[in-house]
Design a protein around this ligand. Structure first.
Ligand code: ATP
Ligand code: MG
Ligand code: MG
Ligand code: MG
Length: 563
Protein backbone atom coordinates (compact mmCIF):
# COMPACT_ATOMS: atom_id res chain seq x y z
CA UNK A 1 0.00 0.00 0.00
CA UNK A 2 1.12 3.54 -0.67
CA UNK A 3 0.40 6.63 1.36
CA UNK A 4 -0.59 8.44 -1.84
CA UNK A 5 -3.55 6.03 -2.17
CA UNK A 6 -4.16 5.35 1.50
CA UNK A 7 -4.42 8.69 3.26
CA UNK A 8 -3.18 8.76 6.84
CA UNK A 9 -5.48 10.94 8.90
CA UNK A 10 -2.96 11.38 11.67
CA UNK A 11 -2.87 14.19 14.14
CA UNK A 12 -0.34 15.64 16.56
CA UNK A 13 -2.83 16.91 19.09
CA UNK A 14 -3.96 14.70 21.92
CA UNK A 15 -7.77 14.81 21.88
CA UNK A 16 -9.02 16.46 25.05
CA UNK A 17 -11.70 13.90 25.93
CA UNK A 18 -9.49 10.84 25.46
CA UNK A 19 -8.39 9.76 28.94
CA UNK A 20 -6.34 6.67 28.28
CA UNK A 21 -3.41 6.21 25.97
CA UNK A 22 -5.00 3.66 23.62
CA UNK A 23 -7.94 5.96 23.00
CA UNK A 24 -5.61 8.90 22.37
CA UNK A 25 -3.37 6.94 20.02
CA UNK A 26 -6.21 5.30 18.09
CA UNK A 27 -7.65 8.75 17.39
CA UNK A 28 -4.28 10.33 16.65
CA UNK A 29 -3.18 7.50 14.34
CA UNK A 30 -6.44 7.75 12.41
CA UNK A 31 -7.62 4.25 13.30
CA UNK A 32 -11.07 5.20 14.53
CA UNK A 33 -13.42 8.16 14.23
CA UNK A 34 -16.10 9.00 16.77
CA UNK A 35 -19.65 9.20 15.47
CA UNK A 36 -21.48 9.50 18.80
CA UNK A 37 -21.19 8.30 22.39
CA UNK A 38 -19.74 4.79 22.22
CA UNK A 39 -20.10 4.68 18.42
CA UNK A 40 -17.02 4.54 16.22
CA UNK A 41 -16.17 4.23 12.56
CA UNK A 42 -13.22 1.94 12.02
CA UNK A 43 -11.04 3.68 9.46
CA UNK A 44 -9.08 1.53 6.99
CA UNK A 45 -5.95 1.55 9.16
CA UNK A 46 -7.82 0.49 12.30
CA UNK A 47 -9.90 -2.10 10.50
CA UNK A 48 -6.77 -3.83 9.21
CA UNK A 49 -5.71 -4.36 12.82
CA UNK A 50 -9.13 -5.60 13.90
CA UNK A 51 -9.11 -8.05 10.98
CA UNK A 52 -5.79 -9.44 12.26
CA UNK A 53 -7.39 -10.13 15.62
CA UNK A 54 -10.37 -11.77 13.92
CA UNK A 55 -8.07 -13.94 11.83
CA UNK A 56 -6.24 -15.36 14.84
CA UNK A 57 -9.53 -15.86 16.69
CA UNK A 58 -11.05 -17.65 13.68
CA UNK A 59 -8.07 -19.95 13.24
CA UNK A 60 -8.12 -21.00 16.88
CA UNK A 61 -11.90 -21.45 16.97
CA UNK A 62 -11.74 -23.58 13.82
CA UNK A 63 -8.87 -25.58 15.31
CA UNK A 64 -11.03 -26.74 18.22
CA UNK A 65 -13.92 -27.63 15.94
CA UNK A 66 -15.94 -24.42 16.16
CA UNK A 67 -18.44 -23.87 13.33
CA UNK A 68 -18.82 -20.30 12.16
CA UNK A 69 -22.33 -18.87 11.92
CA UNK A 70 -23.75 -15.39 11.60
CA UNK A 71 -26.87 -14.57 13.59
CA UNK A 72 -29.10 -11.51 13.26
CA UNK A 73 -28.17 -8.49 15.32
CA UNK A 74 -31.87 -7.71 15.83
CA UNK A 75 -33.64 -10.26 18.02
CA UNK A 76 -37.35 -10.78 18.76
CA UNK A 77 -38.42 -10.00 22.33
CA UNK A 78 -40.26 -13.33 22.58
CA UNK A 79 -37.00 -15.23 22.89
CA UNK A 80 -35.85 -12.97 25.69
CA UNK A 81 -39.19 -13.31 27.42
CA UNK A 82 -38.79 -17.08 27.26
CA UNK A 83 -35.39 -16.97 28.91
CA UNK A 84 -36.59 -14.39 31.42
CA UNK A 85 -33.96 -11.86 30.42
CA UNK A 86 -36.37 -9.39 28.81
CA UNK A 87 -37.19 -8.20 32.31
CA UNK A 88 -33.83 -8.96 33.91
CA UNK A 89 -31.35 -7.38 31.58
CA UNK A 90 -32.05 -3.74 32.39
CA UNK A 91 -31.35 -0.62 30.36
CA UNK A 92 -28.15 -1.95 28.76
CA UNK A 93 -30.50 -3.80 26.41
CA UNK A 94 -31.48 -1.54 23.54
CA UNK A 95 -35.14 -2.24 22.85
CA UNK A 96 -37.05 -1.18 19.79
CA UNK A 97 -40.35 -1.71 18.04
CA UNK A 98 -40.89 -2.51 14.40
CA UNK A 99 -43.66 -0.99 12.24
CA UNK A 100 -46.12 -3.58 13.58
CA UNK A 101 -45.38 -2.48 17.15
CA UNK A 102 -43.61 -5.75 17.87
CA UNK A 103 -40.79 -5.65 20.42
CA UNK A 104 -37.21 -6.37 19.48
CA UNK A 105 -33.78 -5.77 20.91
CA UNK A 106 -30.36 -5.31 19.42
CA UNK A 107 -28.33 -8.26 20.58
CA UNK A 108 -25.89 -7.62 23.42
CA UNK A 109 -25.17 -11.38 23.34
CA UNK A 110 -26.80 -14.36 21.61
CA UNK A 111 -27.62 -17.19 24.04
CA UNK A 112 -31.34 -17.05 23.22
CA UNK A 113 -30.87 -17.04 19.46
CA UNK A 114 -28.42 -19.92 19.36
CA UNK A 115 -30.55 -21.97 21.78
CA UNK A 116 -33.55 -21.39 19.56
CA UNK A 117 -31.55 -22.49 16.53
CA UNK A 118 -30.38 -25.71 18.11
CA UNK A 119 -33.73 -26.67 19.62
CA UNK A 120 -35.18 -26.50 16.12
CA UNK A 121 -32.41 -28.25 14.25
CA UNK A 122 -30.79 -30.78 16.56
CA UNK A 123 -31.99 -34.26 15.65
CA UNK A 124 -30.06 -36.60 17.88
CA UNK A 125 -27.75 -36.68 20.85
CA UNK A 126 -25.30 -38.36 18.49
CA UNK A 127 -24.76 -34.99 16.83
CA UNK A 128 -23.36 -33.57 20.08
CA UNK A 129 -21.12 -31.99 21.23
CA UNK A 130 -21.35 -28.94 18.95
CA UNK A 131 -19.68 -25.56 19.13
CA UNK A 132 -20.80 -22.54 17.11
CA UNK A 133 -19.18 -19.15 16.95
CA UNK A 134 -19.66 -15.84 15.22
CA UNK A 135 -17.76 -12.58 14.94
CA UNK A 136 -20.33 -9.85 14.96
CA UNK A 137 -21.36 -6.39 16.09
CA UNK A 138 -23.04 -6.22 19.48
CA UNK A 139 -24.88 -3.34 21.07
CA UNK A 140 -24.99 -2.59 24.79
CA UNK A 141 -26.35 0.71 25.96
CA UNK A 142 -23.49 1.15 28.41
CA UNK A 143 -24.29 3.67 31.12
CA UNK A 144 -20.92 5.28 30.66
CA UNK A 145 -19.31 4.53 27.33
CA UNK A 146 -15.70 5.62 27.54
CA UNK A 147 -12.12 4.98 26.61
CA UNK A 148 -13.00 4.79 22.93
CA UNK A 149 -13.56 1.27 21.64
CA UNK A 150 -12.55 -0.13 25.03
CA UNK A 151 -16.04 0.48 26.41
CA UNK A 152 -18.15 1.28 23.42
CA UNK A 153 -21.87 0.83 22.94
CA UNK A 154 -21.47 -0.81 19.55
CA UNK A 155 -18.52 -3.20 19.47
CA UNK A 156 -17.31 -6.36 17.81
CA UNK A 157 -17.40 -9.60 19.75
CA UNK A 158 -16.54 -13.17 19.01
CA UNK A 159 -19.20 -15.16 20.79
CA UNK A 160 -19.21 -18.94 20.87
CA UNK A 161 -21.72 -21.39 22.31
CA UNK A 162 -21.33 -25.10 22.94
CA UNK A 163 -23.96 -27.80 23.45
CA UNK A 164 -23.62 -31.07 25.30
CA UNK A 165 -25.43 -34.08 26.67
CA UNK A 166 -23.50 -34.20 29.93
CA UNK A 167 -21.25 -32.26 32.29
CA UNK A 168 -18.13 -34.16 31.29
CA UNK A 169 -18.52 -33.12 27.67
CA UNK A 170 -19.19 -29.50 28.66
CA UNK A 171 -16.07 -29.54 30.84
CA UNK A 172 -14.04 -30.92 27.93
CA UNK A 173 -15.09 -28.15 25.54
CA UNK A 174 -14.65 -25.53 28.28
CA UNK A 175 -11.09 -26.76 28.77
CA UNK A 176 -10.46 -26.72 25.00
CA UNK A 177 -11.80 -23.17 24.84
CA UNK A 178 -9.66 -22.10 27.74
CA UNK A 179 -6.59 -23.46 25.95
CA UNK A 180 -7.65 -21.83 22.67
CA UNK A 181 -8.04 -18.48 24.44
CA UNK A 182 -4.57 -18.81 25.91
CA UNK A 183 -3.20 -19.50 22.40
CA UNK A 184 -5.09 -16.55 20.92
CA UNK A 185 -3.84 -13.99 23.43
CA UNK A 186 -0.31 -15.43 23.32
CA UNK A 187 -0.26 -15.24 19.52
CA UNK A 188 -1.48 -11.65 19.71
CA UNK A 189 1.49 -10.81 21.89
CA UNK A 190 -0.51 -9.83 24.97
CA UNK A 191 0.46 -10.22 28.60
CA UNK A 192 -2.68 -11.75 30.08
CA UNK A 193 -4.03 -13.75 32.97
CA UNK A 194 -7.09 -16.01 33.29
CA UNK A 195 -8.93 -15.19 36.52
CA UNK A 196 -11.90 -16.58 38.41
CA UNK A 197 -14.96 -14.47 37.62
CA UNK A 198 -18.48 -13.53 38.40
CA UNK A 199 -21.13 -14.83 36.00
CA UNK A 200 -23.10 -11.56 35.89
CA UNK A 201 -26.14 -11.16 33.67
CA UNK A 202 -25.22 -14.16 31.51
CA UNK A 203 -25.71 -16.53 34.44
CA UNK A 204 -24.34 -20.00 35.02
CA UNK A 205 -21.86 -21.52 37.40
CA UNK A 206 -18.19 -21.79 36.41
CA UNK A 207 -16.61 -18.81 34.75
CA UNK A 208 -13.22 -17.29 34.03
CA UNK A 209 -12.16 -14.01 32.53
CA UNK A 210 -9.06 -13.36 30.47
CA UNK A 211 -7.47 -10.17 31.68
CA UNK A 212 -4.89 -8.13 29.86
CA UNK A 213 -2.79 -6.62 32.63
CA UNK A 214 -2.76 -2.83 32.38
CA UNK A 215 -2.95 -0.01 34.89
CA UNK A 216 -5.75 1.62 32.94
CA UNK A 217 -7.91 -1.52 33.27
CA UNK A 218 -11.36 -1.11 34.80
CA UNK A 219 -11.18 -4.43 36.64
CA UNK A 220 -9.25 -5.18 39.76
CA UNK A 221 -7.70 -8.60 40.15
CA UNK A 222 -6.32 -10.32 43.20
CA UNK A 223 -3.33 -12.45 42.23
CA UNK A 224 -1.57 -14.78 44.64
CA UNK A 225 2.16 -14.26 44.66
CA UNK A 226 2.77 -17.92 45.36
CA UNK A 227 0.16 -20.23 43.80
CA UNK A 228 -1.89 -19.76 40.61
CA UNK A 229 -4.92 -18.29 42.40
CA UNK A 230 -6.24 -15.23 40.59
CA UNK A 231 -9.72 -13.77 40.80
CA UNK A 232 -11.58 -10.67 39.82
CA UNK A 233 -12.07 -8.83 43.10
CA UNK A 234 -15.69 -8.44 42.01
CA UNK A 235 -15.85 -12.16 42.73
CA UNK A 236 -13.32 -12.38 45.52
CA UNK A 237 -14.83 -9.54 47.51
CA UNK A 238 -18.24 -8.36 46.71
CA UNK A 239 -19.50 -11.67 45.52
CA UNK A 240 -18.00 -14.45 47.57
CA UNK A 241 -19.51 -17.89 47.10
CA UNK A 242 -22.74 -17.44 49.01
CA UNK A 243 -22.89 -19.53 52.16
CA UNK A 244 -25.49 -22.25 52.42
CA UNK A 245 -28.87 -20.86 53.44
CA UNK A 246 -29.48 -23.76 55.83
CA UNK A 247 -28.24 -24.10 58.47
CA UNK A 248 -28.03 -20.43 59.35
CA UNK A 249 -24.67 -18.98 60.25
CA UNK A 250 -23.51 -20.00 63.66
CA UNK A 251 -23.13 -17.37 66.37
CA UNK A 252 -19.32 -17.16 65.94
CA UNK A 253 -19.64 -16.77 62.21
CA UNK A 254 -22.20 -14.03 62.34
CA UNK A 255 -20.32 -11.18 60.79
CA UNK A 256 -22.17 -8.20 62.17
CA UNK A 257 -23.78 -8.68 65.53
CA UNK A 258 -27.48 -8.27 65.18
CA UNK A 259 -27.36 -7.73 61.47
CA UNK A 260 -27.30 -10.69 59.20
CA UNK A 261 -28.69 -9.70 55.87
CA UNK A 262 -28.22 -7.05 53.29
CA UNK A 263 -31.79 -5.89 53.86
CA UNK A 264 -31.19 -5.40 57.55
CA UNK A 265 -28.13 -3.32 56.82
CA UNK A 266 -30.16 -1.16 54.51
CA UNK A 267 -32.88 -0.74 57.10
CA UNK A 268 -30.47 0.40 59.77
CA UNK A 269 -29.32 3.09 57.40
CA UNK A 270 -32.86 4.06 56.57
CA UNK A 271 -32.47 3.03 52.96
CA UNK A 272 -35.26 1.30 51.10
CA UNK A 273 -34.06 -1.45 48.80
CA UNK A 274 -35.33 0.34 45.75
CA UNK A 275 -33.13 3.31 46.61
CA UNK A 276 -29.97 1.31 46.33
CA UNK A 277 -27.89 2.25 43.35
CA UNK A 278 -25.10 -0.05 44.19
CA UNK A 279 -23.75 -1.87 47.17
CA UNK A 280 -20.60 -3.77 47.83
CA UNK A 281 -19.43 -5.70 50.81
CA UNK A 282 -16.50 -4.01 52.49
CA UNK A 283 -14.46 -4.49 55.61
CA UNK A 284 -15.26 -1.65 57.96
CA UNK A 285 -13.30 -1.62 61.19
CA UNK A 286 -12.63 -5.33 60.74
CA UNK A 287 -16.36 -6.01 60.46
CA UNK A 288 -17.99 -6.87 57.15
CA UNK A 289 -20.52 -4.28 56.18
CA UNK A 290 -22.48 -3.40 53.11
CA UNK A 291 -21.56 -0.06 51.67
CA UNK A 292 -24.46 1.53 49.87
CA UNK A 293 -24.95 4.35 47.49
CA UNK A 294 -28.59 5.34 47.43
CA UNK A 295 -30.84 7.95 45.96
CA UNK A 296 -34.31 9.22 46.77
CA UNK A 297 -37.37 8.42 44.69
CA UNK A 298 -36.26 10.69 41.95
CA UNK A 299 -32.67 9.94 42.57
CA UNK A 300 -31.93 13.48 43.44
CA UNK A 301 -29.85 12.74 46.48
CA UNK A 302 -26.95 10.58 47.30
CA UNK A 303 -26.83 8.84 50.60
CA UNK A 304 -24.04 6.52 51.39
CA UNK A 305 -22.88 4.61 54.33
CA UNK A 306 -22.63 1.33 56.08
CA UNK A 307 -24.14 -0.13 59.17
CA UNK A 308 -21.64 -1.46 61.64
CA UNK A 309 -23.37 -3.16 64.51
CA UNK A 310 -26.93 -3.30 65.71
CA UNK A 311 -28.21 0.19 65.35
CA UNK A 312 -24.82 1.68 64.73
CA UNK A 313 -24.69 3.62 61.53
CA UNK A 314 -21.85 5.28 59.78
CA UNK A 315 -22.55 7.58 56.91
CA UNK A 316 -19.84 7.83 54.34
CA UNK A 317 -19.00 10.76 52.16
CA UNK A 318 -20.86 10.23 48.88
CA UNK A 319 -17.61 10.78 46.99
CA UNK A 320 -15.87 8.11 48.98
CA UNK A 321 -18.73 5.66 48.55
CA UNK A 322 -18.93 6.29 44.83
CA UNK A 323 -15.25 5.53 44.66
CA UNK A 324 -15.50 2.34 46.69
CA UNK A 325 -18.58 0.99 44.97
CA UNK A 326 -17.41 1.97 41.52
CA UNK A 327 -20.53 3.99 40.75
CA UNK A 328 -19.47 6.45 38.07
CA UNK A 329 -19.25 10.07 39.13
CA UNK A 330 -22.06 12.06 37.64
CA UNK A 331 -24.23 8.99 37.71
CA UNK A 332 -26.55 10.56 40.20
CA UNK A 333 -26.48 14.23 40.92
CA UNK A 334 -28.54 17.01 42.40
CA UNK A 335 -30.66 17.31 39.29
CA UNK A 336 -31.22 13.72 38.44
CA UNK A 337 -29.29 11.73 35.93
CA UNK A 338 -27.29 12.98 33.03
CA UNK A 339 -28.77 10.54 30.59
CA UNK A 340 -32.17 10.26 32.23
CA UNK A 341 -31.69 6.60 32.84
CA UNK A 342 -31.06 4.94 36.12
CA UNK A 343 -30.23 1.44 37.08
CA UNK A 344 -30.46 0.23 40.58
CA UNK A 345 -28.47 -2.90 40.85
CA UNK A 346 -26.78 -4.80 43.51
CA UNK A 347 -24.32 -6.96 41.71
CA UNK A 348 -23.74 -9.19 44.65
CA UNK A 349 -27.29 -10.51 44.78
CA UNK A 350 -27.48 -10.90 41.01
CA UNK A 351 -29.36 -7.65 41.03
CA UNK A 352 -31.00 -6.42 44.18
CA UNK A 353 -33.48 -4.42 42.28
CA UNK A 354 -33.38 -2.84 38.95
CA UNK A 355 -35.22 0.36 38.41
CA UNK A 356 -35.25 2.37 35.31
CA UNK A 357 -36.81 5.68 34.59
CA UNK A 358 -36.50 7.80 31.57
CA UNK A 359 -36.43 11.55 31.51
CA UNK A 360 -38.68 12.40 28.64
CA UNK A 361 -40.19 8.96 28.72
CA UNK A 362 -43.62 8.41 30.10
CA UNK A 363 -43.05 5.02 31.58
CA UNK A 364 -41.39 4.19 34.84
CA UNK A 365 -41.02 0.56 35.30
CA UNK A 366 -39.80 -1.80 37.88
CA UNK A 367 -37.95 -4.92 37.20
CA UNK A 368 -37.42 -7.19 40.09
CA UNK A 369 -34.25 -9.19 39.86
CA UNK A 370 -34.98 -11.83 42.45
CA UNK A 371 -33.97 -9.61 45.25
CA UNK A 372 -33.37 -11.79 48.21
CA UNK A 373 -34.02 -9.85 51.39
CA UNK A 374 -32.71 -12.68 53.48
CA UNK A 375 -29.45 -13.06 51.75
CA UNK A 376 -26.90 -13.52 54.51
CA UNK A 377 -23.81 -11.42 54.74
CA UNK A 378 -20.82 -13.52 53.86
CA UNK A 379 -18.56 -14.84 56.60
CA UNK A 380 -15.54 -12.74 57.44
CA UNK A 381 -13.11 -15.28 56.03
CA UNK A 382 -14.45 -14.84 52.50
CA UNK A 383 -14.17 -11.09 52.63
CA UNK A 384 -10.62 -10.91 53.67
CA UNK A 385 -9.44 -12.56 50.45
CA UNK A 386 -9.46 -9.34 48.53
CA UNK A 387 -7.23 -7.26 50.63
CA UNK A 388 -3.76 -6.84 49.21
CA UNK A 389 -1.22 -8.55 51.39
CA UNK A 390 -3.77 -10.87 53.07
CA UNK A 391 -3.73 -14.64 52.89
CA UNK A 392 -4.54 -16.29 49.69
CA UNK A 393 -7.64 -18.48 50.06
CA UNK A 394 -5.72 -21.44 48.59
CA UNK A 395 -2.27 -21.24 50.07
CA UNK A 396 -0.17 -19.23 52.49
CA UNK A 397 0.82 -16.75 49.81
CA UNK A 398 0.13 -13.02 49.78
CA UNK A 399 -2.36 -11.44 47.39
CA UNK A 400 -1.26 -8.66 45.12
CA UNK A 401 -3.85 -6.39 43.53
CA UNK A 402 -3.36 -5.61 39.84
CA UNK A 403 -5.57 -3.93 37.27
CA UNK A 404 -6.79 -5.67 34.14
CA UNK A 405 -8.81 -5.26 30.96
CA UNK A 406 -11.35 -8.02 30.40
CA UNK A 407 -10.73 -9.24 26.85
CA UNK A 408 -12.39 -12.63 27.11
CA UNK A 409 -14.88 -14.46 29.27
CA UNK A 410 -15.79 -18.14 29.32
CA UNK A 411 -18.79 -19.65 31.13
CA UNK A 412 -20.35 -22.99 31.86
CA UNK A 413 -24.04 -22.21 31.62
CA UNK A 414 -25.35 -25.65 32.46
CA UNK A 415 -29.05 -25.91 31.61
CA UNK A 416 -30.03 -22.30 32.41
CA UNK A 417 -31.16 -21.48 28.88
CA UNK A 418 -32.17 -24.93 27.70
CA UNK A 419 -34.51 -25.45 30.66
CA UNK A 420 -36.08 -22.03 30.29
CA UNK A 421 -36.42 -22.38 26.52
CA UNK A 422 -37.17 -26.08 26.44
CA UNK A 423 -34.18 -27.09 24.33
CA UNK A 424 -34.04 -30.85 24.78
CA UNK A 425 -32.81 -33.90 23.00
CA UNK A 426 -33.62 -37.59 23.33
CA UNK A 427 -30.84 -39.56 24.97
CA UNK A 428 -30.00 -43.19 24.23
CA UNK A 429 -32.68 -44.36 26.66
CA UNK A 430 -35.35 -42.34 24.94
CA UNK A 431 -35.44 -39.72 27.70
CA UNK A 432 -35.79 -36.00 26.91
CA UNK A 433 -32.82 -34.24 28.46
CA UNK A 434 -32.10 -30.51 28.53
CA UNK A 435 -28.95 -29.54 26.61
CA UNK A 436 -25.98 -28.40 28.62
CA UNK A 437 -24.38 -25.23 27.38
CA UNK A 438 -21.23 -23.17 27.58
CA UNK A 439 -20.64 -19.69 26.20
CA UNK A 440 -17.40 -17.95 25.38
CA UNK A 441 -16.80 -14.32 24.42
CA UNK A 442 -13.86 -12.28 23.17
CA UNK A 443 -14.02 -8.51 22.84
CA UNK A 444 -12.41 -8.39 19.39
CA UNK A 445 -12.53 -4.60 19.09
CA UNK A 446 -11.49 -4.15 22.73
CA UNK A 447 -8.44 -6.36 22.13
CA UNK A 448 -7.11 -3.77 19.68
CA UNK A 449 -7.23 -1.06 22.36
CA UNK A 450 -5.88 -3.40 25.05
CA UNK A 451 -2.91 -4.25 22.84
CA UNK A 452 -2.07 -0.56 22.54
CA UNK A 453 -2.29 -0.08 26.31
CA UNK A 454 0.49 -2.66 26.59
CA UNK A 455 2.48 -1.65 23.54
CA UNK A 456 3.25 2.02 23.07
CA UNK A 457 5.93 4.59 23.78
CA UNK A 458 6.24 8.36 23.73
CA UNK A 459 6.14 8.39 19.91
CA UNK A 460 3.09 6.24 19.39
CA UNK A 461 1.91 2.68 18.99
CA UNK A 462 4.41 -0.21 18.93
CA UNK A 463 2.46 -3.04 17.30
CA UNK A 464 3.26 -6.61 18.17
CA UNK A 465 4.05 -8.11 14.76
CA UNK A 466 0.85 -10.21 14.43
CA UNK A 467 -1.34 -7.14 14.92
CA UNK A 468 0.46 -4.59 12.79
CA UNK A 469 -1.69 -3.11 10.00
CA UNK A 470 1.37 -3.26 7.72
CA UNK A 471 4.64 -4.93 8.59
CA UNK A 472 7.17 -2.63 6.98
CA UNK A 473 7.22 1.14 6.65
CA UNK A 474 9.07 2.07 3.49
CA UNK A 475 10.04 5.72 3.56
CA UNK A 476 11.45 7.33 0.45
CA UNK A 477 13.24 10.64 1.03
CA UNK A 478 12.75 13.41 -1.51
CA UNK A 479 11.76 10.92 -4.19
CA UNK A 480 9.93 13.71 -6.00
CA UNK A 481 13.33 15.37 -6.51
CA UNK A 482 15.47 12.29 -7.15
CA UNK A 483 14.59 9.79 -9.83
CA UNK A 484 17.19 7.35 -8.49
CA UNK A 485 15.49 7.30 -5.09
CA UNK A 486 12.03 6.98 -6.65
CA UNK A 487 13.19 4.01 -8.75
CA UNK A 488 14.97 2.27 -5.90
CA UNK A 489 11.97 2.69 -3.61
CA UNK A 490 9.59 1.40 -6.27
CA UNK A 491 11.75 -1.66 -6.85
CA UNK A 492 12.05 -2.37 -3.15
CA UNK A 493 8.31 -1.90 -2.72
CA UNK A 494 7.61 -4.51 -5.39
CA UNK A 495 10.09 -6.92 -3.88
CA UNK A 496 8.69 -6.58 -0.39
CA UNK A 497 5.16 -6.97 -1.69
CA UNK A 498 6.09 -10.09 -3.63
CA UNK A 499 7.75 -11.53 -0.52
CA UNK A 500 4.50 -11.06 1.42
CA UNK A 501 6.06 -8.51 3.76
CA UNK A 502 3.16 -6.09 3.41
CA UNK A 503 5.00 -2.80 3.01
CA UNK A 504 3.41 0.59 3.53
CA UNK A 505 5.25 2.98 1.23
CA UNK A 506 5.24 6.54 2.44
CA UNK A 507 5.60 8.07 -1.01
CA UNK A 508 4.22 11.45 -0.02
CA UNK A 509 6.23 14.50 -0.98
CA UNK A 510 6.45 15.45 2.70
CA UNK A 511 9.39 16.38 4.92
CA UNK A 512 11.33 13.39 6.34
CA UNK A 513 10.48 14.41 9.91
CA UNK A 514 6.76 14.34 9.15
CA UNK A 515 7.02 10.88 7.61
CA UNK A 516 9.11 9.45 10.42
CA UNK A 517 6.72 10.81 13.02
CA UNK A 518 3.71 9.31 11.24
CA UNK A 519 5.35 5.90 10.79
CA UNK A 520 6.21 5.85 14.50
CA UNK A 521 2.73 6.98 15.50
CA UNK A 522 1.00 4.22 13.51
CA UNK A 523 3.45 1.77 15.01
CA UNK A 524 4.73 -0.35 12.12
CA UNK A 525 7.29 -2.87 13.40
CA UNK A 526 10.00 -2.26 10.77
CA UNK A 527 11.15 0.86 8.92
CA UNK A 528 13.27 1.09 5.79
CA UNK A 529 14.51 4.44 4.57
CA UNK A 530 15.55 4.92 0.95
CA UNK A 531 17.62 8.08 0.46
CA UNK A 532 20.19 9.36 -2.00
CA UNK A 533 23.20 8.40 0.08
CA UNK A 534 21.99 4.81 0.47
CA UNK A 535 21.02 4.44 -3.17
CA UNK A 536 24.56 5.43 -4.18
CA UNK A 537 26.01 2.89 -1.72
CA UNK A 538 23.49 0.14 -2.52
CA UNK A 539 22.04 0.13 1.00
CA UNK A 540 18.83 1.02 2.83
CA UNK A 541 18.59 2.26 6.38
CA UNK A 542 16.78 -0.15 8.70
CA UNK A 543 15.29 0.52 12.10
CA UNK A 544 13.02 -1.68 14.22
CA UNK A 545 10.21 0.21 15.97
CA UNK A 546 11.76 -0.55 19.35
CA UNK A 547 15.38 0.12 18.27
CA UNK A 548 17.19 3.25 19.30
CA UNK A 549 19.61 3.24 16.36
CA UNK A 550 19.41 2.63 12.61
CA UNK A 551 21.74 0.47 10.60
CA UNK A 552 22.48 0.07 6.90
CA UNK A 553 21.50 -3.13 5.16
CA UNK A 554 22.56 -3.97 1.56
CA UNK A 555 19.51 -3.63 -0.71
CA UNK A 556 19.96 -7.15 -2.02
CA UNK A 557 19.69 -8.61 1.47
CA UNK A 558 16.74 -6.65 2.80
CA UNK A 559 14.03 -9.19 2.05
CA UNK A 560 15.95 -12.02 3.69
CA UNK A 561 16.82 -9.77 6.59
CA UNK A 562 13.16 -9.05 7.27
CA UNK A 563 11.91 -12.59 6.80
P1 ATP B 1 -17.36 -5.60 31.12
O1 ATP B 1 -17.18 -6.23 32.48
O2 ATP B 1 -16.11 -4.95 30.61
O3 ATP B 1 -18.58 -4.72 31.04
P2 ATP B 1 -18.82 -7.86 30.32
O4 ATP B 1 -18.43 -8.80 31.41
O5 ATP B 1 -20.10 -7.13 30.44
O6 ATP B 1 -17.62 -6.79 30.10
P3 ATP B 1 -19.22 -10.10 28.54
O7 ATP B 1 -20.69 -10.19 28.61
O8 ATP B 1 -18.40 -11.07 29.30
O9 ATP B 1 -18.77 -8.58 28.91
O10 ATP B 1 -18.83 -10.06 26.98
C1 ATP B 1 -17.70 -10.72 26.39
C2 ATP B 1 -16.58 -9.74 26.05
O11 ATP B 1 -17.04 -8.64 25.28
C3 ATP B 1 -15.95 -9.10 27.26
O12 ATP B 1 -15.01 -9.98 27.86
C4 ATP B 1 -15.29 -7.87 26.66
O13 ATP B 1 -14.00 -8.17 26.15
C5 ATP B 1 -16.22 -7.51 25.52
N1 ATP B 1 -17.04 -6.35 25.86
C6 ATP B 1 -18.08 -6.31 26.73
N2 ATP B 1 -18.63 -5.09 26.78
C7 ATP B 1 -17.91 -4.32 25.92
C8 ATP B 1 -17.99 -2.96 25.52
N3 ATP B 1 -18.92 -2.15 26.02
N4 ATP B 1 -17.10 -2.49 24.61
C9 ATP B 1 -16.16 -3.32 24.09
N5 ATP B 1 -16.04 -4.61 24.43
C10 ATP B 1 -16.90 -5.12 25.33
MG1 MG C 1 -20.56 -5.21 30.87
MG1 MG D 1 -17.16 -8.19 33.19
MG1 MG E 1 -17.68 -10.68 31.24
Amino acid sequence: MRASRFPLFTSKETPADAEIVSHQLMLRAGMIEKLGAGLYTWQPLGLRVMRRVEQVVREEMDAIGGLEVLMPAVQPAELWQESGRWSQYGPELLRLKDRHERDFCIGPTHEEVITDYLRRELRSYRQLPLTYYQIQTKFRDEIRPRFGVMRAREFVMKDAYSFHMDEASLQQTYDDMRAAYARIFTRLGLEFRPVGADTGAIGGSVSEEFMVLADSGEDEIAICERCDYAANTELAASRPPLPEREPALSAEEKPTPGIQTVAEQAEVLGIRPEQVVKSVVVMADEVPAVLFVAGDDELNLVKAGHALGAGEVRLAEPEEALEATGVPRGFIGPKGLPQGLTVLVDERAAGLANFSSGAGRADWHWVNLNWDRDMPLPPVADLRTVRAGEGCPRCEGRLAIRRGIEVGHIFQLGTKYSEAMDARVLDENGEQLPLRMGCYGIGVSRVVAAAIEQNHDAHGIVWPEPLAPFRVALVSLNAHKSEAVADAAARLYDELTAAGLEPFWDDRPARPGVKFADMELIGLPHRLVVGERGVAAGTVEYRGRRDSESRDVPVAEVVDFLR
